[in-house]
Design a protein around this ligand. Structure first.
Ligand code: ZN
Length: 265
């Protein structure tokens, strides 16, 4: 069984300067049984890192319109039933289950501040400036802010396929992004800058080895990746090969669209 003290010790061993903010992606179950569950994990993170951010995305607000811009990896008019199931974004909306229970636990914390993007919100504690830097036009601005303040991505029992920060490297490389739409109380909001698919992101692992600190805690590996180095690496890989970090699935719409724009399909 994993205790609060075990977690604190492991996070300290990552050897990160406490003035540097962190963005955390975690699989609670990867740690086996944690006494006190997600709250213990969050408490341990906050006791070592004063500034913690997590994505609290809400995909259930998404709407597929009848028509829209071309080359957008979306099948317009195809989702009438799904549109009926869409929910209005509201600040108290739980984070999507895909974000994991830790992100939802952070969102529920009294000290947490959450941004108001209707699909791609972030929540943070001790990170208000980072979270509030987000806008509809620049949904990944919190990642940019983390990079500029020498932040780290912490991956707890998960790999780079959930490492949201890699999308900022794609953006910095000029890789195409998409437009999506969300249901809000003010009507349907167009959300530009929606990132592509992350299923191919694990391919970055060997290239960021030198920028990665690791700790093994019972069944889980905890990794910390230095964000400025991560972003530089993504830019280097895409400059070398414009299809770098895309997934292999033949039917992946977003990776297919990126390949088409760089002349490879
Ligand atoms: Zn893909």
């Amino acid at each position: 069984m994993v205790t609060f003290r075990d977690l604190v010790r492991a996070f300290r061993q990552l050897d990160i300067n406490s003035s540097q903010p962190v963005i955390v992606h975690a699989s609670l179950s990867s740690l086996g049984e944690v006494i006190g569950g997600a709250r213990t994990l969050l408490g341990a993170l906050l006791s070592v890192f004063p500034s913690v951010v997590m994505p609290t995305f809400t995909y259930k607000t998404m709407i597929t319109p009848e028509v829209g811009p071309p080359d957008n990896a979306i099948n317009y008019g195809s989702a009438k039933d799904a549109n009926r199931m869409a929910e209005f974004f509201q600040p108290q909306m739980p984070a999507d289950r895909l974000m994991g229970i830790l992100a939802e636990t952070l969102r529920q914390n009294n000290q947490a501040v959450r941004s108001s993007h209707p699909i791609l919100s972030f929540a943070g504690i001790g990170a208000e400036d980072i979270v509030q830097s987000q806008s509809i036009e620049n949904p990944l601005a919190p990642i940019q802010a983390l990079v500029e303040t020498n932040g780290w991505a912490i991956l707890i029992g998960v790999d780079h396929t959930v490492n949201t920060s890699i999308h900022w490297g794609e953006r910095m490389s000029g890789r195409m992004a998409f437009t999506r739409w969300a249901l809000t109380r003010r009507g349907i909001v167009e959300c530009p800058g929606f990132p592509g698919c992350s299923n191919g992101f694990q391919a970055i692992a060997p290239h960021v080895e030198k920028a990665t600190h690791r700790v093994q805690l019972v069944t889980a590996e905890i990794k910390a990746v230095f964000l400025p180095a991560l972003i530089e690496t993504v830019q280097g890989l895409i400059a070398e090969d414009p299809t770098a970090l895309l997934c292999d699935r033949q039917d992946c719409d977003r990776c297919g669209e990126v390949r088409a724009t760089v002349g490879e399909r």
